[in-house]
Design a protein around this ligand. Structure first.
Ligand SMILES: [Zn+2]
Length: 91
C-alpha cells in the first residue's frame, strides 16, 4: 500500500534560542537566526521525527500538511519535540 505523502515545515532553533528553551526562558518567536526547513516528501512521521532528532537536534516543532504539488495543502497538525511527538507514521 502506498504511503500518504506529507509536507513538513520544521522549526530549528538557533543556539541562543535553544539555550533559552533549555533554561525555560522566553524565546523570541521572530528570531531571524532560527531556521525553517521544508520537506515535501515525508512519508512516515515517526521515522521523520527520528531523522530530526539525529540531524537537527535543535528542532522545536513541525507542522504537517497534505502534500499537493504547487499548493500549500491542507494543514493536518503539529508536533512538538518532547511534548507530542508522532506515535505512528500516519495521521
Ligand atoms: Zn533563534
Amino acid at each position: 500500500m502506498a504511503y500518504t505523502r506529507y509536507r513538513a515545515i520544521v522549526k530549528v532553533m538557533c543556539p541562543v534560542c535553544q539555550s533559552n528553551a533549555d533554561a525555560k526562558r522566553k524565546i523570541d518567536t521572530d528570531c531571524r537566526n532560527c531556521r525553517f526547513l521544508r520537506y515535501n516528501n515525508v512519508n512516515r512521521l515517526k521515522k521523520f521525527t527520528r531523522f530530526l532528532h539525529t540531524d537537527f537536534p535543535n528542532w522545536s516543532y513541525f507542522n504537517v500538511y497534505e502534500y499537493v504539488k504547487g499548493e500549500k495543502g491542507r494543514y493536518l497538525g503539529s508536533f512538538q519535540k518532547g511534548k507530542n511527538e508522532p506515535t505512528s507514521d500516519t495521521f
